[in-house]
Design a protein around this ligand. Structure first.
Ligand SMILES: [Zn+2]
Length: 310
């Protein structure tokens, strides 16, 4: 619950909650994103979201910042102050509204074939991954809603609250054409590119380390979140800006680093403290630069310690 009324009274921002264009559970203001300041902006009392009928709106922290002419970090602190018993993580705007309310994952508890791939090929501890991430596995029976998810490690993806939203399947035979196969958008509760992998384990931390892929997140552990690639959606940028301190740890390739620097600028404009870590991790046996996911568990712990995460 967010006490928007007290917040706007303090800030001298006009608001109303009855009359034309009002919905129950919402507090209306003149939309600061609309060029003519239309009367179509509103904040959700329960979810903390911001919507505008006309322009679709933007991030709630940004909306308060613009409406009250105060900096983003002040707006964020004030919203937290008026969020009674509410996690300060505001729901990021979701442009993808799914009609799917819940999903059931394909797969069963891990079998030897999955464990061998994870521990011998990828050097992960399968028990740890089951415990923290609820991973499952499929074998020769792995059709899900008519889609072939056979011979894969099933990786559930949660929102920041820990609600199951979607999943990916990672081939463990190293013979399938698609290494990763995603749950189709129309069958997911939330599209994975609107989520951060591992966010539910980093919710209560002040600082996060942003990595590219699921394997990088597994390696760096709780406190890291993965973006499913180096191109971020606006929803992901909004979500990341909910943390006070953000460190980008993308792969060492110049293109990935350029992306990291670009998003770091966007996110620091939201009042977050952002660093881009351009560490290099040497080369693997084939002469390719190593990614965070290629580190040994000890090396990963060392990096997390240097980044102030342990
Ligand atoms: Zn608007």
């Amino acid at each position: 619950m967010i006490d928007w009324k007290s917040l706007f009274t303090d800030l001298n921002v006009p608001y109303w909650d009855n009359g034309k264009n009002c919905s129950p559970g919402r507090i209306n203001i003149q939309c600061p994103f609309c060029s003519d300041h239309s009367n179509h902006g509103s904040f959700g009392i329960t979810k903390g979201d911001y919507q505008c009928w006309r322009c679709k709106g933007g991030h709630p922290v940004k909306a308060v910042s613009l409406a009250a002419h105060i900096p983003m970090d002040t707006a964020r602190q004030l919203i937290q102050k008026y969020s009674k018993g509410f996690n300060p993580f505001l729901q990021a705007e979701q442009t993808h509204k799914s009609s799917v309310k819940s999903i059931t994952l394909p797969g069963e508890p891990l079998k030897d074939c999955h464990r061998r791939y994870l521990s011998e090929v990828r050097k992960f501890d399968p028990e740890e991954l089951e415990f923290y991430h609820g991973i499952l596995g499929t074998t020769d029976v792995g059709y899900w809603q008519g889609i072939d998810f056979r011979y894969r490690v099933i990786i559930p993806i949660y929102d920041v609250w820990g609600n199951l939203c979607t999943f990916q399947g990672r081939d463990y035979t190293q013979q399938q054409e698609l290494r990763y196969k995603c749950c189709p958008v129309d069958k997911a509760v939330v599209h994975h590119k609107h989520l951060l992998y591992g966010a539910e384990l980093a919710r209560n931390k002040d600082r996060i380390v942003v990595v590219e892929g699921v394997f990088d997140q597994w390696r760096m552990g709780p406190g890291s979140v993965a973006t499913f690639g180096t191109s971020l959606t606006r929803e992901q940028v909004n979500l990341i800006s909910m943390w006070k301190e953000v460190i980008f740890l993308f792969d060492p390739e110049p293109e990935a680093q350029e992306h990291a620097r670009e998003y770091a600028r966007d996110i620091s404009a939201c009042g977050c403290s952002v660093e881009v870590c351009a560490a290099e991790f040497g080369y693997d046996a084939k002469g390719n630069p190593r990614d965070p996911g290629d580190l040994t568990p000890d090396e990963a712990r060392g990096v997390m310690k240097e980044l102030g995460m342990v």
